[in-house]
Design a protein around this ligand. Structure first.
Ligand code: NAG
Ligand code: NAG
Ligand code: NAG
Ligand code: NAG
Ligand code: NAG
Ligand code: NAG
Ligand code: NAG
Ligand code: NAG
Ligand code: NAG
Length: 778
C-alpha cells in the first residue's frame, strides 16, 4: 500500500510538473509570497507602508508594460508578512531569491474535510447532542469571553444554534467586524455570532468564473459546512433538533457560551490557500482565542511547513498565543495520510460515537440483514421488490465489471425499473452518491451497496431507499440471488440504534499517521466524534429528492468527517480556556492529550473499524475527555522556542528561522532530525531506534498545575523486548519547584522490528498524566 502511495505521489507530482510547464511559464497564476514575521513597525498605520513596499517589490519583478499586474490579491501584515499576487513562474522564482522572502509557492487549493474527498459534500448525514456517550453537560456558564474563529465556508446566521439570548455583551477585546455582503447585514451578527468576514476567492488557473460567483461576496454560507462546524464547536442549546426525526435531541456545541467569528474562505469547490492565510492574519488581529480549520491540503500534495498556508498561518497564530485546531483529513485508513501535522497545530482524528443509522434489508427468504445509511425510504415491509445484481442487468456492450459497480451508463433500464439493484465497489472511482444517482436514474426502487469501506460513515441518500453492507452480508445477498429464480427484497426506513458494539472506534476514513514530513512527532494528536454528527446546516435542498415529500428542508443535518471532529476539540479547548484563562495554547493541548482515554465504553482498549486494537497512528493518544482535561495535574508546555528549535532540527536555515521568529533566535549547533524527539511535546515519537545502537535518550519537562505539593511516580507500559527507563522515575513538586525535567531512554536490542507503541504515565494518586510513545525499531 505504501509503495502504491509513493508511486501515486510520484505520479501526481510528475504530472503536475508536466502540466505546469505545458500551461507555459508566461501565464500569470496566483502565488503566495511569504515574508516571515511581521515586525512591529509593519502593524497598524504602518501596514500601509508595508503594502507599498510589497508593491514596490512587485514592480521590480513585473515588466512595466504589464503594470496592471502590480497588485496584491491579499496582503498579510498583522500576524505575519507577505502577500498573494498573479505571477508568472519566472517572476515567482525571481522573487523567491529576494531578500526578506521566505517562500514563494503557487496558491494551493485545499479541500473541506467532510467525508472522503470522493464523497465530497455528498453525505448530508444529522446529529445527536454533543457527547452522546454520557459525558455530563460541560457547563452552563451564561457566557464567556472566549472567541473562536471558524475558517470555513461562512455561516447561516439565522440558525437557532447562533441565537444570543442570555449571552452577555461582546468582549471588549474583540476588534473584528461584521462585514455586510449579499444577503448579509450587520444585524445578522449578534452577541453569539460576533463577527463575520468574507474574501474574494482568488481564481486558480483554468477556473470557472461561476466558482468565484458562487462565493457571492458575502459571509453567508451557501454550502453548509461552515455552519455545521461552527455549531459543533459553539452552538447554543437547541431543543428538539433532528434530521427529519433522526438523531432527535438537544443540539448544542462543545462550548455553548463561546463567541463565534466566521471567516469565509471556501466555496464548495475548495479553498484558496492565500485566502486562508489572510483569514488567519485577520482572526489574530481581531482577537480570537482559538482558530478552528476543518480544511487541508490533499494528502497527495503535502508540502513542507513553510509552503503550506495552514502551517504558516498557524505558526504565527501560535506565536501570538492563539491555538489552532485542524482536522487530520479523510484519506484513511492508509498510513502517511495525515495532514496539518506541524507540531504547533492540534491535529484531530475522527471517531464513531455510540449511535448508528441502520437501514434493514429483508430478503425474500425471510432473512434480515443490517445495513447502514440514512434514507427516507417509503418502501414497506409488506411489499417485496425484485432483487437484481448490477452485472446481471448490464446495458448492451457494457462489461460486467462496470455494471456490477453501477457505473454511469452501465445499467439496462428495462431490467432495473421497479427493482432493487445490488452494486459493489471494486473500483472506488465512482462515489456512493453517483452510484445512487445511477440506480435512481435507472428507475429502480432502491440500492444495496456492498462496500466494506466507509460503511461506518452513514451515507445520506435522501428519499431514495439506500443501504450499505459489508462484505460478509454482501456475500449472503449475492448467494441468495444465485440460489433462486425470483429473488426479492425490501429496504426499510432508517432507524437510529444505540451501538451495541464498542464505542468510540476509529472512523475508517480518518487519515492516519505517521506524518510524511517527520516521524519524530506523533500525529494525529487526539480523536473526537466525527461520524454521524447532527449540527446546524443551511435549510436548502441541494438536489431534488434530498427532502422527503411534504417536509421543509431541515435546519439540522447529519454529517461525517474529520471536519466534524475538529470543532469538537475546538469547543473543548474553549471550555478549558474559559476556566483556565491564563493557560497557554500548548497547556490546553497538553491537558486534552494527557487525559484522553484509550478505553471504550466496554472498558476494553479502543479499536479500529475492523476490530483490531487501535494504535497511535490511527487515533493519536486517544479520545478527548474535556472534563478530565480541566484538571490534568501536569502539563507539557511547548513554547515558541521549542517550535523554532524544531524547525532547526527539521533542516531550515538559521536565516529563514530568524525571519519568521520575533526574536534573534540561534539554532543549536548540532541540530539534527533526531533531536525533534526531544521537543517538549505531550507525546513521544522516535523515527529510528537501531537495534545495535545504545539506548536513545529523550527529554521532557512537565509543569505542575495541580496541588503545589505533589509526588508523581512513573509507570511504563512497553511491548516485550523494548526497554524503557525513566530517569528520575519520581518527580517531587513543591511551592518552589513547579517544573521538572526527566529523561526517557529506549533500548531496542530485543524489540521486534517496526513500530513499537506504549505509554509512560505519571501518577500522584489524584491524576494520571498519560504520554503515549511510538518507537520505530530497525
Ligand atoms: C462554468 O460552470 C457553469 C455551471 O457549472 C457551466 O454552465 C459553464 O459551462 C462552465 N464554463 C466553463 C468555461 O467551464
Ligand atoms: C419536536 O419536533 C417535532 C417535529 O420534528 C414536532 O412534531 C414536535 O411537536 C416538537 N416537540 C416539541 C416539544 O417542540
Ligand atoms: C414512494 O415515493 C415515490 C416518489 O418519491 C413515489 O413515486 C412512489 O409511488 C412511492 N411509493 C410508495 C409505495 O408509496
Ligand atoms: C426497453 O423497452 C422498450 C419498450 O419495451 C423498448 O422499446 C426498448 O428497445 C428496450 N430497450 C432495450 C435496451 O432493450
Ligand atoms: C453466483 O453465481 C456466479 C455464476 O453463476 C458465480 O460466479 C458467483 O461466484 C456466485 N456468487 C455467490 C456469492 O455464490
Ligand atoms: C485495523 O488495524 C489492523 C491492525 O493494525 C489493520 O490490519 C487494519 O487494516 C486496520 N483497519 C482499519 C480499517 O484501519
Ligand atoms: C549538542 O550540543 C550541546 C552543546 O553544544 C551538547 O550539550 C549536547 O549534548 C549536544 N547534543 C547532542 C545530541 O550531541
Ligand atoms: C507543602 O509542603 C511544605 C513543606 O513540606 C509545607 O510547608 C507547605 O505547607 C505545604 N503546602 C501545601 C499547600 O500543602
Ligand atoms: C428514520 C426516518 O426518518 N425514516 C423515515 C423514512 O421515510 C419514511 C417515509 O418518507 C418516513 O415515514 C420515516 O420516518
Amino acid at each position: 500500500m505504501e509503495g502504491l502511495q509513493k508511486f501515486l505521489h510520484f505520479f501526481f507530482v510528475a504530472s503536475l510538473l508536466i502540466s505546469t510547464t505545458a500551461i507555459s511559464d508566461h501565464t500569470p497564476k496566483p502565488y503566495v509570497v511569504y515574508m516571515g514575521n511581521s515586525s512591529p513597525n509593519k502593524i497598524g498605520v504602518e501596514s500601509q507602508i508595508a503594502e507599498s513596499s510589497h508593491l514596490q517589490l512587485l514592480s521590480l519583478i513585473i515588466p512595466s508594460e504589464e503594470s496592471e499586474r502590480i497588485a496584491l490579491t491579499h496582503h498579510f501584515s498583522h500576524a505575519f508578512s507577505g502577500f498573494s499576487a498573479m505571477l508568472t513562474e519566472s517572476e515567482a522564482s525571481a522573487l523567491s531569491g529576494h531578500d526578506g522572502v521566505v517562500s514563494v509557492f503557487p496558491d494551493p487549493v485545499l479541500e473541506l474535510h467532510t467525508t472522503r474527498s470522493w464523497d465530497f459534500l455528498e453525505s448530508e448525514l444529522g446529529m445527536k447532542p454533543y457527547y452522546s456517550h454520557g459525558t455530563p453537560t460541560l457547563h452552563k456558564h451564561p457566557s464567556t469571553d472566549i472567541i473562536i474563529g471558524v475558517i470555513d465556508t461562512g455561516i447561516w446566521p439565522e440558525s437557532p444554534s447562533f441565537r444570543d439570548e442570555g449571552i452577555g455583551e461582546i468582549p471588549s477585546k474583540w476588534k473584528g467586524v461584521c462585514m455586510e455582503g449579499r444577503d448579509f447585514k450587520k444585524s445578522n451578527c449578534n452577541r453569539k455570532l460576533i463577527g463575520a468576514r468574507y474574501y474574494k476567492i482568488q481564481a486558480t488557473s483554468g477556473d470557472n468564473q461561476t466558482h468565484i460567483e458562487a462565493a457571492k461576496g458575502s459571509p453567508r454560507d451557501t454550502v453548509g459546512h461552515g455552519t455545521h462546524t461552527a455549531s459543533i464547536a459553539a452552538g447554543v442549546h437547541v431543543n428538539n433538533a433532528s434530521y427529519f426525526g433522526l438523531a432527535k435531541g438537544t443540539a448544542r456545541g462543545g462550548s455553548p457560551s463561546t463567541r463565534i467569528a466566521a471567516y469565509k474562505t471556501c466555496s464548495d469547490e475548495g479553498c484558496s490557500g492565500a485566502t486562508i492565510l489572510k483569514a488567519i492574519d485577520d482572526a489574530v488581529k481581531d482577537g480570537v482565542d482559538i482558530i478552528s480549520i476543518s480544511i487541508g491540503l490533499s494528502s497527495l500534495f503535502q508540502s513542507d511547513f513553510l509552503s503550506d498556508p495552514i502551517a504558516i498561518g498557524a505558526f504565527h497564530a501560535e506565536q501570538k498565543g492563539v491555538l489552532v485546531v485542524c482536522s487530520a483529513g479523510n484519506d484513511g485508513p492508509d498510513p502517511f495520510t495525515v495532514v496539518n501535522s506541524a507540531p504547533w497545530i492540534f491535529t484531530i482524528a475522527a471517531s464513531n460515537i455510540d449511535r448508528n443509522f441502520q437501514s434493514t434489508i429483508v430478503l425474500g427468504n425471510g432473512k434480515y440483514l443490517q445495513g447502514t445509511g440514512i434514507n427516507f425510504s417509503n418502501l414497506t415491509h409488506s411489499k417485496m421488490h425484485r432483487l437484481v445484481f448490477g452485472e446481471q442487468v448490464a446495458a448492451k456492450f457494457v462489461p460486467a465489471s462496470e455494471a456490477r459497480n453501477c457505473f454511469p451508463g452501465s445499467l439496462d433500464f428495462n431490467k432495473t425499473a421497479g427493482n432493487i439493484v445490488v452494486c459493489v465497489n471494486d473500483d472506488p472511482s465512482v462515489s456512493r452518491r453517483i452510484k445512487k444517482l445511477v440506480v435512481q436514474d435507472a428507475r429502480a426502487v432502491g440500492i444495496i451497496l456492498i462496500n466494506e469501506n466507509n460503511k461506518d460513515a452513514p451515507f445520506d441518500a435522501g428519499v431514495f431507499p439506500f443501504t450499505q453492507v459489508g462484505n460478509l452480508e454482501g456475500h449472503q445477498i449475492l448467494k441468495y440471488i444465485n440460489s433462486t429464480k425470483n429473488p426479492t427484497a425490501t429496504i426499510l426506513p432508517t432507524t437510529e440504534v444505540a451501538r451495541s458494539k464498542p464505542s468510540p472506534i476509529v472512523a475508517s476514513f480518518s487519515s492516519r499517521g505517521p506524518s510524511s514530513l517527520t516521524e519524530n512527532i506523533l500525529k494525529p494528536d487526539v480523536m473526537a466524534p466525527g461520524v454521524g454528527i447532527l449540527a446546524a446546516v443551511i435549510p436548502k435542498s441541494k438536489e431534488p429528492g434530498s427532502v422527503p415529500i411534504g417536509k421543509k428542508p431541515s435546519l439540522y443535518a447529519i454529517k461525517s468527517g474529520t471536519s466534524m471532529a475538529c470543532p469538537h476539540v475546538t469547543g473543548a479547548a474553549a471550555f478549558i480556556k474559559s476556566v483556565h484563562k491564563k493557560w497557554s495554547s500548548s497547556m490546553i493541548k497538553s491537558a486534552l492529550m494527557t487525559t484522553a482515554t484509550n478505553y471504550n465504553n466496554m472498558r476494553k482498549p479502543l479499536t479500529n473499524s475492523s476490530n483490531s486494537i487501535a494504535g497511535p497512528h490511527e487515533m493519536g493518544v486517544g479520545e478527548i475527555n474535556p472534563l478530565r482535561a480541566l484538571n490534568p495535574g501536569l502539563v507539557f508546555e511547548t513554547d515558541v522556542e521549542d517550535y523554532l528549535r524544531f524547525l532547526c532540527y527539521f533542516g531550515y536555515s538559521q536565516k529563514i528561522i530568524r525571519s519568521i521568529s520575533e526574536t534573534n533566535f540561534n539554532c543549536p549547533k548540532n541540530s539534527s532530525e533526531d533531536l525533534i524527539s526531544s521537543v517538549n511535546y505531550p507525546s513521544i515519537s522516535i523515527s529510528t531506534l537501531k537495534r545495535q545502537q545504545k539506548a536513545k535518550v529523550i527529554t521532557r519537562t512537565v509543569t505542575n498545575v495541580g496541588y503545589l505539593n505533589a509526588t508523581y511516580t512513573a509507570k511504563v507500559r512497553a511491548p516485550q523486548g523494548l526497554v524503557v527507563e525513566v530517569i528520575p522515575n519520581k518527580l517531587v513538586f513543591s511551592e518552589g519547584v513547579q517544573r521538572m525535567t526527566y529523561k526517557v531512554s529506549f533500548y531496542g536490542k530485543e524489540a521486534h522490528g517496526g513500530y513499537n507503541f506504549g505509554s509512560l504515565t505519571w501518577l500522584d494518586g489524584h491524576h494520571y498524566v498519560h504520554t503515549v510513545f511510538a518507537v520505530k525499531v530497525e
